[in-house]
Design a protein around this ligand. Structure first.
Ligand SMILES: [Zn+2]
Length: 129
């Protein structure tokens, strides 16, 4: 599978080809490179100030909210956060999980799309700056 963000963006740089972070069933793959959706989530984390970078030890972590109020009817999920880790500003997003207050699971493209919808809706409503 290639996510919609990868499809619409294409390749806009010299160097390695993009490798989408989602398989044919929409499950996250850590073997990715410059996936449009993961780059968007990392952009959002930067925008809302939830990124911490430590190049000498821990790497970079960022998280974005997922509000289940915006979930489509066929996607039953609780609200929570997508938590991601990567190294410096490299194109690979090495790890990404979905966390609620009582469980952690793998992310899917649906979680990612819901996080993007959450950001866009919150921003319009002034809930995020
Ligand atoms: Zn992608």
């Amino acid at each position: 599978m290639v996510c919609d963000c990868c499809k619409s963006r294409g390749k806009t740089w010299e160097g390695s080809d993009p490798k989408c972070a989602f398989d044919s069933e929409g499950n996250f793959l850590s073997d990715n490179w410059n996936c449009g959706t993961m780059n968007e989530l990392r952009f959002i984390a930067n925008e809302i100030g939830t990124v911490n970078r430590d190049d000498n030890s821990c790497g970079t972590i960022g998280y974005v909210p997922v509000d289940n109020d915006f979930a489509p009817d066929d996607f039953d999920t609780f609200g929570g956060y997508i938590v991601m880790m990567w190294y410096k500003d490299r194109g690979r997003t090495d790890n990404a999980v979905f966390m609620t207050d009582d469980e952690t699971s793998d992310i899917t493209i649906k979680h990612a799309e819901l996080a993007i919808t959450t950001y866009q809706t919150y921003r319009k409503g002034g809930r995020l700056t």
